[in-house]
Design a protein around this ligand. Structure first.
Ligand SMILES: NC(=O)c1ccc[n+]([C@@H]2O[C@H](COP(=O)([O-])OP(=O)(O)OC[C@H]3O[C@@H](n4cnc5c(N)ncnc54)[C@H](O)[C@@H]3O)[C@@H](O)[C@H]2O)c1
Ligand SMILES: O[C@H]1[C@H](O)[C@@H](O)[C@H](O)[C@@H](O)[C@H]1O
Length: 346
């Protein structure tokens, strides 16, 4: 096992978190270089973490560094496609945050470029697949004890978002986690989607309709209702309830503490994704580093998983605009076969 030398493109919120975990918590990896379109952001990150890493002026320079084995791409979604394609060209392994790319065609260009190299290079940051609670939920469903899943109810709430966050981002930035994790949980593909807009919260910015309800139907007829509410004010709240023929299995808000005080019983809530999914982020990156360090291909969520999530996401955006039920195109057959899920297996 060799130490995996990692370059990081994008040193904002999660880029910095990922660097911290590689440097301070995980084993087998070392961040040797960073870059960001804002060099100030990159310098801030180097200083904050006291990194012993080179600062490159551009991703092109970073990707030409022959000492780098793998890159973590944690820039904003629309920048992912260009960086992933260049990284593939440079022969680097790639861990890319979600979404793989913000268009279906962009995802297909990535899938095809990876395919031309003859091996898997890419892992997409769908970290919920590594979350102990989602893993336990999947293994319960798989056990068969509860019969077939019939309905899935999801809640995805953020405390607040800034003015850059638009109605459309509720899909590719936020709902995309549910899109990926539910097809992974129940081993089914989506066929149609409808979006409902409840009364909007007064906390939403001008370009954002908030909250939103997404109703998705799968091939076998499972109905998924997902609430996305990104200005809920009170904290980070991720829930998932799977209603099956012989029982109900659910993930609710994890308990941090029970506080008893002057007539109250209270439980503090996590405020964002950093804490709620800390174990999952650690596990997904460790898995990536372990595979690359052994000379194996990454085994986590693949570029095809990323393509399917964006394919479904684009249909969700159409449904946002049209207000109608929208048919979700079936992913290309030969790609489904290569999907890391092992399509049809549960
Ligand atoms: N898996 C998760 O739970 C999770 C959590 C947070 C963010 N994310 C994803 O990670 C990505 C980054 O999100 P964030 O919250 O850290 O955003 P952020 O705005 O805090 O950071 C993004 C950084 O990327 C830089 N950047 C933008 N375009 C770039 C380019 N072309 N080249 C290099 N750097 C560029 C910005 O200057 C900024 O420093 C997004 O895709 C987001 O969806 C995933
Ligand atoms: O990028 C973040 C991240 O993916 C979080 O997990 C999600 O809850 C937020 O809505 C999104 O903006």
């Amino acid at each position: 096992m060799v130490t995996v030398r990692i370059g990081v493109i994008g040193t904002g919120a999660i880029g910095t978190e990922h660097i911290r975990r590689v440097e301070q918590r995980l084993s087998g990896g070392k961040v040797v270089a960073v870059t960001d379109i804002s060099l100030d952001a990159a310098r801030r990150c180097i200083n904050a973490l006291q990194l012993d890493a080179r600062l490159y002026d551009s991703e092109d320079d970073l990707l030409q560094d022959p000492s780098i084995d793998a890159v973590i791409i944690a820039s904003s979604g629309p920048a992912h496609e260009g960086s992933v394609l260049k990284a593939i060209d440079a022969g680097k392994y790639v861990f890319v945050e979600k979404p793989l790319a913000t268009t279906v065609n962009g995802c297909l260009r990535i899938v095809q470029a990876e395919e031309r190299t003859g091996k898997r290079l890419i892992q997409v940051g769908f970290m919920r697949r590594y979350d102990p609670r989602y893993m336990a939920l999947k293994s319960e469903i798989k056990s068969g004890r509860y019969g077939a899943p019939l309905i899935v109810r999801c809640v995805h709430r953020n405390a607040h978002v800034d003015e850059r966050y638009t109605t459309e981002m509720a899909v590719l930035d936020t709902l995309i986690h549910e899109i990926d994790v539910i097809r992974w949980l129940i081993g089914d593909e989506y066929v149609s989607v409808q979006v409902l807009y409840p009364r909007g919260t007064r906390y939403a910015h001008a370009r954002l309709q908030d909250p939103q309800i997404f109703n998705l139907v799968t091939q076998s007829g499972v109905v998924i209702t997902a609430e996305v509410f990104v200005n809920c004010q009170y904290g980070y709240d991720i829930q998932c309830e799977v209603v099956c023929e012989d029982g109900v299995i659910s993930i609710t808000v994890p308990k941090l503490l029970d506080i008893f005080r002057t007539g109250f019983r209270a439980q503090p809530l996590m405020q964002d994704w950093k804490l709620r999914f800390a174990e999952a982020y650690d596990a997904e990156l460790q898995d990536f580093i372990d595979h690359v360090g052994r000379g194996d291909e990454p085994a986590g969520p693949s570029s095809v998983d990323g393509y399917i999530a964006t394919l479904v996401g684009e249909a969700c955006v159409l449904a946002q605009v049209s207000g109608e039920w929208v048919t979700i195109p079936r992913p290309e057959e030969d790609l489904i076969v290569k999907d890391s899920l092992g399509y049809g297996r549960l």
